[in-house]
Design a protein around this ligand. Structure first.
Ligand SMILES: C[S@@+](CC[C@H](N)C(=O)[O-])C[C@H]1O[C@@H](n2cnc3c(N)ncnc32)[C@H](O)[C@@H]1O
Length: 247
């Protein structure tokens, strides 16, 4: 199941999506931290740390942070784990990884969520922050998550989800579709940063509903699949690998 239909204004075929997305983040990497910092009213770090804690990250967990980007999730995980030694960060964008490497001494791996270069039953905890829309296939990705987690290992996926109601939907569209990309260009003077935030909106707008994400998690063999929400916008998908799972 694809997270959203092919966005033909950006790439003609599903096969062309990874290269497009990679270029987008490579080019926007140096602006990413500042743009998400003010765009989310400086709440990003504390929200990421709080949800990691709430959903059970604790020492001495071995964490895989998929789609680590510039390391915003991993940096907060380090505060909880007390060390970055047990943290592995994976991302396909060398530009994003280069920024992350300046922030923490985790293990950095260039790779994609759909084909994780790790053995079976390896990690206690797996996170993915705001990147679900960028994979090519949800079920393939979640099967990989299930494979690399140890039995009873936990998964936390953070996402922004377009609200259902008309009024909330209107303001969501106005902010993420218009105001945020406009301010991004104004503050950064970078069309690369603006394009990154425009695409951010377009993928949120086109994304499959939460029920489809939950179904894909279950279809991948994960258990205790659940979605919590914050402020009606922030989705926290959690799941666990069963104790008796074979891989
Ligand atoms: C919006 S950033 C999120 C960064 C960070 N996790 C955070 O919480 O801010 C999305 C990241 O997903 C990465 N990404 C895109 N396609 C991916 C894929 N197929 N597998 C893993 N990561 C991917 C991008 O390179 C980018 O760094």
């Amino acid at each position: 199941m694809r997270p959203h239909p092919t966005l033909v204004a950006h790439y003609a075929t599903p096969e062309a999506k990874p290269e497009f997305v990679n270029r987008l983040f490579d080019q926007g990497a140096k602006h990413y931290d500042s743009v998400v910092d003010w765009g989310f009213l400086r709440s990003g770090a504390s929200y990421r740390r709080r949800t990691l804690r709430q959903h059970g990250l604790r020492p001495p967990d071995h964490l895989l942070d998929v789609a680590c980007g510039t390391g915003l999730v991993a940096v907060e995980a380090e505060k909880i784990l007390g060390t970055a030694e047990n943290i592995t960060c994976l991302d396909p964008s060398e530009g994003m990884l280069a920024v992350a490497r300046t922030k923490l001494g985790a293990h950095f791996v260039q790779g994609r969520a759909e084909a994780l270069p790790f053995p079976d039953n390896f990690f206690d905890f797996l996170t993915m922050g705001y990147a679900l829309r960028h994979v090519t296939d949800l079920e393939t990705t979640f099967r990989e998550y299930c494979r690399v987690l140890k039995p009873e290992g936990r998964l936390l996926i953070l996402e922004i989800t377009k609200p259902g109601g008309r009024v909330a939907g209107f303001f969501f569209r106005l902010y993420f579709g218009r105001i945020y990309p406009f301010l991004t260009q104004l503050f950064t003077r970078s069309t690369d940063a603006r394009d990154m935030m425009r695409y951010y909106w377009e993928t949120m707008d086109a994304c499959v509903p939460p029920a489809s994400v939950l179904s894909a998690l279950m279809a991948a063999g994960l258990t205790a699949v659940k979605r919590d929400t914050a402020l009606g916008l922030f989705s926290e998908y959690t799941a666990m690998k069963a104790r008796s799972a074979t891989t």
